[in-house]
Design a protein around this ligand. Sequence first.
Ligand code: SF4
Ligand code: SF4
Length: 343
Amino acid sequence: MEADTGNILIDELARKKAQLLSYGLIEVPKDILSNLSVERPKSGPSSGSNLVGFEFKGRRLKLVVSRKRERFRLQRIGNEYVILDRDEVFLKVKPLDLSTHAPGQVFISLDNRCIFNCLFCRRESIVIGEEKLLGFVRRHLEKGISSLSITSGVFPSVEGHVERIERFVKGIRKDYDDISIGVEVVVGSREDIERLRSAGVDEMKINLQFPTKKLFDAICGYMEYEKILGLLEDAVAGFGKGKVTSNIIFGVGERDEDIICSLERLADMGVIPNLRMIRLDKGIKRAMERRLGYSLGKQSPERILKLALHQKRILEKRGLTTREAKTMCLACGCCDLVPFWDI
Ligand code: SF4
Ligand code: SF4
């Protein structure tokens, strides 16, 4: 079923996904939870929470499990799962396996430590040895998964971080030449990008993080904003158009025009912007509000939809698509509305 909004047809399922993303929580009775694949992130704004994931008609979604009474509740009817909205059937869903973080991929973080201090990011000091991580990845690749995504905190330096990712990619690539490898990385130079490409990386994400320099400097500030744009240009030169992505986070008091402008700027360069809604737990929200000097609220389903539609139009106009992404968030689609997948 489709509804007409302005001149644009919006899929009803995209609208439902936007409502669930905006709300963010789902009540899951204990007996149902024990049968689901539950993720317990060790870093990021959802650390300390339990996450569950669902698939519905080719779309995916992750939500934080709540023990309290919530607007959305998961119910099992026979062998089927439904999400109820205030006791009314809202959506039939299938639970996802979250054992590798992103369904259909192995998505790992090499290091949870970071020398930088982006306000929206919570890090841990838990260190998992490289051999153990290699073993984990290999086990899943042997089972038939063909996409590997790698991220990492920046530790002990940008150079050290790039070196470590390079070593890991080489370690996997020598035995698996037919899988897709994507890295989400902080690079310092064109040489860093080239090293990772030569090691066997297929897709690269270098985050601009925010739509304006002012927001980036206030919240992250680990590099010159313009330098990141230059590095993205270098990455497109090395990997090709559509193989480079960059997070643009929204929900921190930016204007729609700022978002549109940054999406256009990235797409003009051949970068696929990855529009991401900010997730705020109480501590992160407080710290951000203190730094920014204003209050932050939830993002409405209408804004989530509107921005995703702008993103789609911007990509279409430049002949770019998210459908060819094999790794990371654009191929996963659990946390945001992804143009061409969801809308
Ligand atoms: S650079 Fe990345 S890992 Fe480090 S604090 Fe910022 S977002 Fe977190
Ligand atoms: S969309 Fe990105 S952050 Fe969200 S679960 Fe998928 S890979 Fe992880």
